[in-house]
Design a protein around this ligand. Structure first.
Ligand code: FE2
Length: 460
């Protein structure tokens, strides 16, 4: 592949041009940059604050977040978000749609994310969704806050109809959200029917409003887990209407595999949307990560491949052809949902690319390997050497020397490319201490120069 001026160009005849820089992909899989269509950046890295989710349910998660949100400051949000964005870039994610809770008269999280969107613009493209975590009709001045969020610069209008106080409020909230997006020429992405309640049927309202206001292709429904529990005749009808409305769907296997079915006795429902049936009807289905260490999901590091791996199991998508489609669900499909112009591997397109430490799609899913190289518009924005690479071994030796003796192994994560390893910035290190592995931020420490135990003591 040839790259010039940040764009993919036709390779010149051999020997015709001396390239300024040659990167050997060493047979690794190459894809366009990953696209994260559904994450809640304002909530990342808050797990356990102010308390842990003991039931594991969505509703306890919302209650805990309602307590945590009272302590939000712009700095608090920006610090946590910056950490996860660095992880995402290292994972090859260069396009992100983040929901942001706007049930806050000060709109603190949104103001922080608007600043982050600008500050990281040269590394990662961020779309922000005005997301009413506590509801639009059920929260004081919910409609006013949504409108203000859009006026401040939110790209997408959200909603959460199944959490509204009544079914009527839920319907009203969907109609309000689509109308607001229509008025301001924005996209729509609604948390829709994220429950095991088979009577939660707001997706049909969303499809109807999409068609009525001529918003086809501009509307996404996220989660739609209730569809798992619909009777087949109703599911068939609603899926056809979703296809007719040319809606995009986002399923979030990490969160929903642990949040759903919490009120069931045996047999316990899986609680995922009907992915295969939607795809068979021609609907664009994407995979989202949803949470990174927050009140709803205590794990994760922002890697879409992890979410795809879980969906291979939870969505019964382990068939040979199905496995390959999982990669599309974290690249091309979400690129369509976000309305990204200029995406893919075509000649003339931007060279925003990922090279994997794996030879093909199935191996990438199987191994979830670190991304060896991430390029944004032709520029290397992240580089991670193989676990046993020369640079890492050298860094490990030097870092161990600088650390106390109980650290038995240190692996660099997300190291930025530099010719000279000494003095290189790192964003995180993986430690193996007394048999336990954990990942910790190094706060921009320099390998073997400034990595000290005090830099490693703070968990993200
Ligand atoms: Fe979500």
């Amino acid at each position: 592949m040839a790259i010039e001026g940040g764009r993919i160009v036709s390779p010149p005849p051999a020997g015709a041009v001396q390239p300024a820089n040659v990167i050997d992909a060493r047979g690794g899989l190459l894809t366009p940059a990953l696209v994260e269509p559904h994450i809640h950046l304002d909530a990342v890295l808050t797990v356990g604050q102010p308390r842990h989710n003991l039931s594991g349910s969505l509703f306890e998660g919302i209650a805990i977040w309602g307590e945590r949100v009272k302590d939000l400051t712009v700095d608090d949000v920006k610090r946590r978000v910056a950490q996860v964005l660095r992880w995402q870039v290292a994972n090859g994610v260069l396009f992100v749609r983040s929901h942001v809770d706007v049930c806050d008269p000060k709109l603190t999280a949104l103001r922080a994310l608007l600043e982050v969107r600008e500050e990281f613009a040269d590394q990662i493209t961020i779309q922000l969704v005005a997301f009413p975590q506590q509801g639009i009709q059920s929260f004081p001045d919910g409609e006013g806050l949504m409108r203000k969020a859009v006026e401040l610069g939110a790209d997408v209008v959200g909603g959460i109809p199944h959490f509204e106080l009544t079914r009527e409020y839920g319907e009203q909230s969907v109609k309000f959200a689509v109308a607001l997006a229509h008025e301001f020429n924005r996209l729509v992405d609604i948390h829709c029917d994220e429950t095991d309640d088979e009577h939660s049927r707001f997706l049909e309202v969303l499809a109807a409003e999409t068609i009525r206001l001529n918003m086809q292709g501009r509307v996404t429904a996220s989660h739609t887990t209730a569809m798992h529990s619909y009777n087949n005749a109703y599911a068939y009808r609603v899926i056809n209407n979703v296809a007719r409305a040319r809606m995009h769907m986002v399923t979030n296997p990490l969160d929903n595999s642990v949040l759903q079915g919490r009120f069931d006795s045996y047999p316990v429902r899986r609680g995922h949307t009907r992915i295969k049936e939607l795809m068979a009807a021609g609907v664009n289905v994407c995979i989202g990560h949803d949470s990174v260490m927050d009140p709803w999901y205590p794990l994760g590091y922002g890697d879409p491949l992890q979410a795809a791996f879980v969906l291979a199991h939870y969505g019964h998508m382990s068939g040979a052809e199905e496995l390959k489609r999982l990669l599309e669900m974290i690249t091309f499909n979400p690129a369509r949902a976000l309305g990204l112009p200029d995406y893919g591997l075509e000649t003339g397109g931007p060279a925003s690319l990922v090279v994997y430490e794996a030879p093909g799609e199935v191996d990438a899913l199987r191994l979830i390997p670190r991304r060896r190289l991430v390029l944004r518009r032709g520029r290397v924005v992240a580089r991670t050497e193989p676990a046993l690479g020369h640079r890492e071994l050298k860094a490990e030796t030097e870092a161990r020397r600088a650390l106390e003796h109980d650290v038995v192994a240190v692996h660099l994560l997300h190291a930025r490319a530099r010719d000279d390893l000494r003095g290189e910035h790192v964003d995180a290190v993986e430690l193996a201490v007394a048999g336990q592995r954990r990942v910790e931020p190094s706060h921009g420490a320099r390998v073997a120069v400034a990595v000290r135990r005090r830099d490693l003591g703070r968990a993200p």
